[in-house]
Write a protein that binds this ligand. Sequence first.
Ligand code: NDP
Ligand code: OAA
Length: 259
Amino acid sequence: MNIGLIGSGAIGQYLLKTINKDRHPELVIKNILVRNKEKYKALESQYDVKLYTDLDEFLSSDIDMIVEAANVQTVRAVLPDVLKKKDLMLISVGALVDESLLSEAARLTEKYNHQLHLPSGAVGGLDLIQNVKISNNLEKVELITRKPAHSLTDDHITEKKTVFEGKAADAIEKFPKNMNVSIILSLAGLGIDQTDVRLIADPEADRNIHQIKVSGDFGEAELTIKNEPLPENPKTSALAALSILGTLERIQRNVKYGG
Ligand SMILES: NC(=O)C1=CN([C@@H]2O[C@H](COP(=O)(O)OP(=O)(O)OC[C@H]3O[C@@H](n4cnc5c(N)ncnc54)[C@H](OP(=O)(O)O)[C@@H]3O)[C@@H](O)[C@H]2O)C=CC1
Ligand SMILES: O=C([O-])CC(=O)C(=O)O
């Protein structure tokens, strides 16, 4: 599969290294959309990729799948054009808090016969949530996230502080670089206005910890993920990059686990 990448930061460079440098047998990143070619020029020789600044030229190049690892604003700007031409994988899923963008995305996938993949990112348990939801068995989904204080606030705090408590719809608006997980949980489960979120800034934490609590007629489930951050961007958990890689691998297989 030939991949076109949007976003060359912590996740993007992890993917470049793992897929192109370590030579993945089935995947290759061919082209990258950037805002500033000079800034990312070294990637061309380092990973044997071509840089583009023009979206149309990028989309017309020899790529099968676009992988986004940029930010929610970029998703809002490019999603319709991308889905008219290619399959798309998003990690900045927070952009889909906009229900008109979400329904436009669904409409375009049907009209142009393209797929939209939304990996689980820095959390897990989405299979369970979707299975329970389908039989109207899902009553409550709650996310409690604890991150190092410097990822969430410029204030110097010395004790744990809840910096947000409310619904996922507001969590992503206030913390667009930290609360994409709340939106993928919402999309799989009860929606952006029914998914409860608490976000805690912890001066002692050195991992990104997501605790997910699910309940309904089926029973209860709890999952805690203690994520190591990516060194290039401590707000971002390594698992988010792995979830893109895992999804890229799994969509090519004929035998599927879970789901
Ligand atoms: N779903 C999930 O669970 C998770 C989602 N995320 C999200 O993943 C995304 C990427 O994270 P991360 O790699 O850590 O972010 P970084 O900040 O490290 O990198 C972002 C990259 O995107 C590039 N970029 C921004 N805007 C554009 C644009 N319009 N066109 C092309 N490139 C652009 C930046 O380039 P430039 O140098 O020009 O600014 C930079 O290279 C973020 O939105 C983050 O919030 C992260 C963790 C978990
Ligand atoms: O990487 C994480 O732990 C979560 C994150 O930043 C996000 O959901 O935006």
